[in-house]
Design a protein around this ligand. Structure first.
Ligand SMILES: Nc1ncnc2c1ncn2[C@@H]1O[C@H](COP(=O)(O)OP(=O)(O)OP(=O)(O)O)[C@@H](O)[C@H]1O
Length: 270
């Protein structure tokens, strides 16, 4: 294979092409990740600075290129600080796609307990879907976080620890309007309800519909930087929605929610 490609009088190596493709891939991934967030404008600003820097270097303008070079050197540290949540999410998304992630072909092939029964997961799913359907039918607001690969960090001072089996009746009681635990979110980890009355981070995504309030915004907020699913029942409209990876899917049916939970809790391990 020829090592060098000739293109309009210029010589490129295959590695240069690969290098360029990887940069384009990374920029597209970053664009998709940041689209809709406030950090997106900062990202565009940085792209402009980089573009100007390469232009002045190409035009051999030493003073401007020196100033921009220094700005970019310090800028790397600033980028890590400014984009800390986005970098975290990016690495999380990348980790999900590695050959060793739980969804990967290799893991499924070599997972020792790939034939295990999913009775417990199915029980959890049925209880959650039953509770959510009943709450939605009666216009009782609810917010349930299903934490998968790592635990949700929450303020334990404000929340109430529960540590119980997942039961539809318990979930319905918790969100009943008169209940002292109905405000805030319920956290489910594995087969247990861990805590109630949890205050979550609120998303500042400007692309969310204006009609959604704090319950839906905090559902989006908790999924922006972590691998969780957030289920919301709207008190106002009696509808069911869920948020995942910072995206809100509104007005789903109980069947849609069930298949989402199956994908998350069963298929991911099957
Ligand atoms: N940061 C938060 N973390 C967890 N729960 C929250 C948070 N902020 C608000 N909530 C919950 O959301 C409720 C208020 O919901 P609000 O009406 O503002 O939102 P909404 O998205 O319009 O929901 P709904 O459609 O049910 O009215 C509060 O009573 C509280 O239970």
């Amino acid at each position: 294979m020829k090592d060098v490609i000739h293109f309009y009088g210029m010589d490129f190596r295959w590695l240069n092409v690969l290098d360029l493709l990887l940069v384009v891939f990374l920029v597209i991934q970053l664009y998709r990740l940041l689209k809709g967030s406030l950090a997106f404008n900062i990202f565009l600003g940085l792209l402009v600075v980089y573009a100007v820097y390469f232009l002045v270097r190409f035009l051999e303008m030493p003073i401007l290129s020196n100033i921009l070079q220094n700005f970019i050197n310090v800028g790397i540290i600033a980028i890590i600080i400014i984009f800390q949540p986005e970098i975290r999410k990016f690495l999380l998304v990348l980790g999900k796609k590695t050959p060793l992630s739980k969804d990967s072909f290799l893991t499924k092939l070599f997972l020792p307990d790939k034939f295990k029964s999913y009775r417990e997961e199915e029980h959890v799913i049925n209880e959650i879907v039953t509770a959510v359907s009943h709450l939605a039918n009666r216009n009782v607001g609810a917010l349930i976080i299903i934490a998968t690969t790592y635990r949700v960090k929450f303020d334990s001072a404000a929340s109430i620890t529960i540590d119980s089996n997942v039961s539809a009746r318990l979930i319905e009681c918790i969100f009943e309007k008169g209940s002292p635990l109905h405000d805030g979110a319920l956290i489910v980890v594995g087969h247990r309800i861990l805590a109630a009355k949890v205050i979550l981070p609120v998303s500042d995504n400007p692309d969310l519909p204006t009609r959604v309030g704090l319950r839906h915004r905090s559902a989006v907020g908790i999924t922006e930087h972590s691998d969780n699913l957030a289920i919301v029942v709207s008190e106002e409209r009696g509808t069911i929605s869920y948020a995942e990876d910072g995206t809100l899917t509104m007005d789903v049916s109980p069947e849609d929610l069930k298949s989402k939970l199956y994908t998350l809790l069963v298929d991911g391990y099957a």
